[in-house]
Design a binder for this molecule. Structure first.
Ligand code: PGA
Length: 253
């Protein structure tokens, strides 16, 4: 059985008080992801420590960094390392979100370095992939995503590949209110799984959780998560509202 994950991506939102309030509201709802299910919170770096403290006594709740630097340590003013976020309680890290690829020029080669550092530090990477609108309109999304996966992940050995979570996030669906249909999500997730199977074999491909991201909300989570290859969601906007995100956690199947 693959792990089912509802991952909140707060991006660069909220101040400290607001962050604490939102976490408290979610915890007050007594949402209990059952066995094999997880609620993951990708909070801004300054809030990792408090989030980790609050999640500590909660089963199946985990804290996630939104990014790490691709070098281990050193003279990189303003950057945050894998070891730093791990040492304040993060257990996951988002790697290669499309906003980082676009606004911070992160390449697949850099992302491969980040994945290695994350694994070395004991973090579970959530590796993001997904095509822009013009690629989807040209019908080239499968080849585009395959290349991202090959360049970002295929230097991993089989043992490490099993530790990766993948998030498919079509860029045209992020923050636009335009969700991929459950069929579009299922098709791509199945395609990603067959790319993994060709390299690592069926058993490993079947064990990797593949999340969908892009305008997931309470009203569409059930339908998306009911697809056989959709193992949960990476949720931006809707994760900033406690009721919405709790409903999304409860939609994990
Ligand atoms: P969204 O963002 O849910 O606001 O579309 C998803 C993401 O960027 O991870």
């Amino acid at each position: 059985m693959r792990t089912k994950i509802a991952a909140a991506n707060w991006k660069m939102n909220l101040n400290f008080q607001q962050a604490k309030d939102l976490l408290d509201q979610i915890l007050a709802s007594h949402v209990h992801p059952g066995p094999g299910k997880k609620a993951v919170f990708a909070v801004p770096s300054p809030f990792l420590r408090i989030a980790a403290k609050k999640m500590k006594s909660q089963d199946n709740h985990h804290v996630c960094a939104q990014n790490i630097h691709h070098k281990k340590s050193g003279a990189y003013t303003g950057e945050v390392s894998a070891e730093m976020v791990r040492s304040v309680g993060a257990e996951y890290v988002i790697i290669g979100h499309s906003e980082r690829r676009e606004y911070f020029q992160e390449t697949n080669a850099m992302l491969a370095e980040k994945i290695n550092l994350a694994l070395e530090s004991g973090l579970t990477p959530i590796f993001c992939c997904g095509e822009p609108l013009q690629i989807r309109e040209a019908g080239e999304q499968d080849a585009f995503v395959k290349k991202q996966i090959e360049e970002g992940l295929f230097n991993l050995n089989a043992m490490d590949m099993m530790k990766i979570v993948i998030a498919y996030e079509p860029i045209w669906a992020i923050g636009t209110g335009k969700t991929a249909t459950s069929l579009q999500a299922q098709e791509m997730h199945k395609g990603i799984r067959s790319v993994l199977a060709a390299k690592y074999g069926n058993e490993i491909a079947d064990s990797v959780s593949i999340l969908y991201g892009g305008s997931v909300k309470a009203s569409n989570a059930n339908e998306l998560f009911s697809q056989p290859d959709v193992d949960g969601g990476l949720v931006g906007g809707a994760s900033l509202n406690a009721d919405e995100f709790v409903a999304i956690i409860n939609a994990l199947q």
